[in-house]
Write a protein that binds this ligand. Structure first.
Ligand code: CTP
Length: 426
């Protein structure tokens, strides 16, 4: 049927595939001049680019530069349409632009723009269009280091990442304000590559059901105290966001964390290892891929006292029993599902990753060193190594947890193909 239909398409139309279309939003920062290079890199990749500039951006660079680069009118304000039917068409232009383009990239994304996107404030073309936009969003922030590191900016970034937006992290270096540190706009070529990669990413997890655990568990000692593990849940949440964006049905069983729920993901909150185990096995039958990113507490108090322990003795001893090892139990009951475990280690990374792969019957173990500066736990970045059932072991370059989540998913899909392929010579 499809082929017949294709025959009816006029030859000229069939020969000219539709260009991938991108909105390039430009914020008002010194780095706005670099947006011209980004714009050119996007045009060179044969994308059709619609530039939208904020009022502040126009203080730094003239719209004409971008009009010349793209061959299209640059949108400079909500009511700036040059169309003759001005009022009505310009009043809804932001909706049309949002619907007609596949991807929105904002560079430089200033602290103010990040705050507006994060909170849904819509007072100009770019921010109103952002709210109407349903495709992938890539943000390339640039600002002064202190502004970048400020908890307000970091909270906005976390919210935007949880929404599934990709952040092309700023680099470190000499900034226009005279400071040195993080905040420099990423290189235009890196941002253009992120745009290409996002547009080329297929919905390759469509039809798959992915079960993910994340965060720590808390094991009560009495009604007011508990033991737990250091874990922010960010890696597991990043995995859930990435898998959902690639088309999977995702269930996320989460210990107590302060990370917003990813869009389109079913989140089941739990507290203890026992609760996590119960929810995992309730969901096992309908899962194809299981990713155990949770930092499950290894010990708990079997009989939790009903009342608070009083400080009556100088020294307190509590006898703890091991919690059930959910991953190991999954390993023995997984069937042909793919099982991915995590290993946070302080030493002997490869040996420990390979040992856990074997003893817990996993298909992949994602391992990271937790005593490295700025990696692991609460960071948005991580440095990981993968041990695979095929015997391979390799490290991935340090990157944001969101980027690593996609790399891990790529490797999971590759692994499935490798395991399904017939072994020659047998
Ligand atoms: N895990 C689990 N249930 C537990 C403990 C751990 O499912 N009770 C899972 C974690 O979700 C993680 C993996 O096991 O995917 C590795 O966790 P880790 O604490 O590093 O492993 P342990 O088996 O506790 O190993 P060790 O204490 O020897 O480092």
């Amino acid at each position: 049927m499809q082929d017949q239909h294709r025959d009816r398409v006029p030859a000229a139309e069939a020969e000219t595939p539709k260009k991938r279309s991108v909105v390039l939003g430009i914020g008002g920062g010194i780095a706005a001049y670099k947006a011209a290079e980004l714009c050119r890199a996007l045009v060179q990749r044969d994308f059709s680019v619609q530039v939208v500039m904020t009022a502040a951006a126009q203080e730094f660079v003239r719209p004409l530069t971008f009009a010349a680069l793209t061959g299209r009118k640059v949108i400079t304000g909500l009511f700036s349409s040059e169309s003759s039917e001005a009022t009505l068409s310009s009043a809804v232009e932001h909706i049309g632009v949002a619907q007609e383009h596949e991807l929105l990239v904002v560079a430089p994304a200033t602290a103010h723009l990040l705050a507006k996107f994060s909170h849904g404030l819509a007072d100009d073309f770019l921010t109103t269009m952002y709210l109407a936009f349903t495709g992938p969003v890539i943000l390339a922030p640039a600002m002064n280091s202190n502004m970048w590191l400020h908890p307000a900016t970091q909270a906005n970034l976390a919210a935007l990442q949880a929404r599934g937006h990709r952040i092309v992290e700023p680099g470190e270096g000499f900034l226009a304000c005279g400071m040195e540190g993080p905040g420099r706009l990423a290189e235009p070529e890196e941002i253009a590559q992120a745009v290409s990669a996002e547009l080329n990413r297929r919905r390759d997890l469509e039809g798959e059901t992915v079960l993910i655990t994340a965060g720590p568990t808390q094991e009560p000692l009495d009604p007011v105290r508990f033991i737990s593990n250091r874990s922010s849940g960010k890696m597991g949440y990043a995995m859930a966001t990435a898998a959902a964006q690639r088309g999977a049905r995702v269930t996320l069983i989460s210990g107590p964390v302060h990370v917003p729920a990813p869009r389109g993901v079913i989140v089941i909150p739990v507290r203890t290892a026992d609760e996590m185990r119960a929810k995992v096995f309730e969901n096992l039958d309908r899962s194809d891929i299981i990713i155990k990113a949770a930092a499950v507490a290894d010990f708990h108090l079997t009989d939790v006292p009903a009342h608070k322990m009083k400080k009556t003795a100088a020294r307190l001893s509590v006898e703890l029993d091991p919690t059930v090892d959910i991953l190991a139990e999954l390993g023995s009951r997984k069937g042909d599902r793919l099982l991915i475990g995590f290993a946070a280690e302080t030493e002997n990374l490869e040996r420990e990753a390979r040992r856990k792969l074997e003893t817990k019957n996993c298909d992949m173990v994602v391992a990271n060193l937790v005593n490295g500066e700025g990696t692991g736990f609460d960071s948005d970045q991580n440095e990981i190594s993968l041990a695979l059932r095929t015997g391979e072991y390799f490290s991935l370059p340090r990157a944001s947890k969101r980027e690593l989540a996609d790399r891990i998913l790529d490797e999971i899909l590759k692994l499935r193909r490798a395991l399904a392929a017939p072994v020659h010579g047998r």
